[in-house]
Structure formats: structure tokens, C-alpha cells
Design a protein around this ligand. Sequence first.
Ligand code: ADP
Ligand code: MG
Length: 138
Amino acid sequence: MQRTLSIIKPDAVGRNLSGAILKMIQDAGLTVKAMKLIRMTKEQAEGFYAVHKARPFFADLCCFMCSGPVVVSVLEGEGAVTRYRDLMGATNPANAAEGTIRKQYALDIEKNSVHGSDAPETAAVEIAYFFSQLEIVG
Ligand code: ADP
Ligand code: MG
């Protein structure tokens, strides 16, 4: 069993798409082990995306991520990291495959509706960024 961190981003939460996206996640066989609705501060968004600090889109991205509430969750399943990345689709929705969350709901390359960890190691760090052990159902 593997775990990954999912974020339903402000563009999607703001359009009341959290339920529809969670249905896609659950229909794909991934299990929600923890979940909460939060609004990040700019500092919290900058900390989360620290790996992208040098990228030209960093400031805008952090501004977007704290522009409204997000739904953060821990997803579990066999190969959850890759399976969720596959379900999300490409970063740029113009390149996202049919049937993916981003193809269906993303607005553009920044406002692309969902985040998912890119490796088991980053998943562990990202899960710990938002959830304590007590908040994750065993
Ligand atoms: P992913 O979310 O698919 O793992 P990255 O880790 O490369 O993509 O980028 C993190 C987030 O930064 C993206 O999901 C998107 O919101 C934003 N982003 C990535 N590339 C760009 C870009 N060229 N212009 C604007 N925003 C971007
Ligand atoms: Mg990424």
C-alpha cells in the first residue's frame, strides 16, 4: 500500500467541483485516509512549493494557491502515487488525456485544479506538511 497527497486547488473548490473530483478519485479505487478544507497563507504556499522557488511562475503560483480554500487529502492504494498522477493528467490541460481530472476541469497550466505528489518520497514530506499522524486513519 502506498500513500500520496492530493490538493484540490482553489480554482476547483471555488467552482464547487470538490465532490465531482473526489468521485473521480474514489471511482479510480483510491481510498481517502485523511481530508480537510483549509486556506493556506502565502507563507504556507511558499513552503509547500519551495522546490519551485527559482521558477518564473513561483510567485503567481503561491498567490493562486492561497487565493481561496483548498481540499487537502491523503489517498491510499497500490501504486497510489502513479495512479493518481495518471488520473490527474498532464500539468498543462491542453496536453491532458481524455478521462483525466485536468482534461475535464482545469482552466489553464496554472489553475489546473489538482496537485498530486510526484514520488513516494515527496508524498511522505507533503503528507507531513499538512497532516499529523493522529489525523490519518490507519
Ligand atoms: P505538477 O502539478 O503537474 O506536478 P509542476 O510540479 O511542474 O506540475 O508545477 C507545479 C504547479 O505549478 C502546477 O501544477 C501548476 O499549477 C504550476 N505551473 C507549472 N508550470 C507552470 C507554468 N509554465 N506557468 C504557470 N504555472 C505553472
Ligand atoms: Mg509537481
